[in-house]
Design a protein around this ligand. Structure first.
Ligand SMILES: [Zn+2]
Ligand SMILES: [Zn+2]
Length: 249
């Protein structure tokens, strides 16, 4: 499968990238993980907006789902014609959040654009050539990381999470562990929200992940320190998820 980092900024967009969004493609199927604010413009460098086959939304923080609001217009009013309801997988309140954005009734107010599927911990989801398993992770709101397998390869995405053992299951032997690394070691970081680079790396080590790709890079922290923190706890290959990075996994 091919991974394209559409956006990798955490919490709010930075000067170099919009917020979290990752395009996965395999056998022509196009799956988007998250659609944070500032990602929809960048996405158009890689695909026609109407070509998305499914979206997985990890949680309802704006830096992971806000561009679905404006994407509604692209889906409904695109001059090339509408493209029918898009399969969207996410937490139970996602449909209400989006309906509220348009003062539409809940449920069903935007059924012309989205077909909503509520996800649950450890369920198995089949989407074209992709097999997905969401896992609840540690965040102040209901939040799902997801393990994605296709063509015998595996990408594990932490979403937003503090340290938690479900991330070990999620990333077990994964070819790529796309892990958030928002905080810095040595700072006073609130528990149960995000990880440092070192914490992401410790999870990668415990999971025997084959490589570590650090993301959710918050604009106020220097990435060289995030990387150095990670290198102290993982001996495999580590990279930063920069906007536009493409990897064949
Ligand atoms: Zn976030
Ligand atoms: Zn969040």
């Amino acid at each position: 499968m091919r991974l394209t980092v559409v956006g990798s900024a955490g919490t709010f967009p930075g000067p170099e990238s919009g917020c979290s969004s990752y395009l996965l493609e395999h056998e022509g199927y196009k799956l988007l993980l998250d659609m944070g604010n500032g990602s929809m413009g960048e996405l158009q460098k890689y695909i026609d907006l109407r070509e998305i086959d499914a979206v997985f939304v990890s949680h309802l923080h704006g830096d992971h789902c806000l561009d679905l609001v404006t994407y509604t217009y692209a889906r409904r009013y695109h001059p090339g014609g509408g493209s029918g309801p898009l399969a969207v997988f996410g937490p139970a309140k996602l449909e209400a959040r989006l309906c509220n954005s348009f003062d539409r009734p809940i449920p069903g107010g935007i059924d012309d654009v989205f077909a909503f599927h509520v996800v649950s911990d450890s369920e198995k989801i089949e989407l074209g050539p992709f097999h997905l398993v969401p896992r609840l992770v540690s965040h102040p709101v209901e939040c799902y990381g997801v393990r994605v397998e296709a063509g015998g390869r595996t990408l594990a995405y932490s979403a937003d999470s503090g340290p938690i053992d479900s991330l070990i299951d999620l990333a077990r032997d994964a070819d790529v562990f796309l892990a958030e690394a928002s905080y810095l070691e040595g700072d006073e970081n609130p528990p149960g929200v995000h990880m440092t680079g070192k914490e992401a790396a410790e999870h990668a080590t415990r999971a025997s992940a084959q490589s570590l790709l650090l993301t959710h890079l918050v604009p106020w922290n220097p990435v060289d320190r995030v990387l150095a923190d990670a290198e102290s706890a993982y001996s495999g290959p580590i990279a930063l998820a920069t906007r536009g990075l493409q990897l064949d996994i």
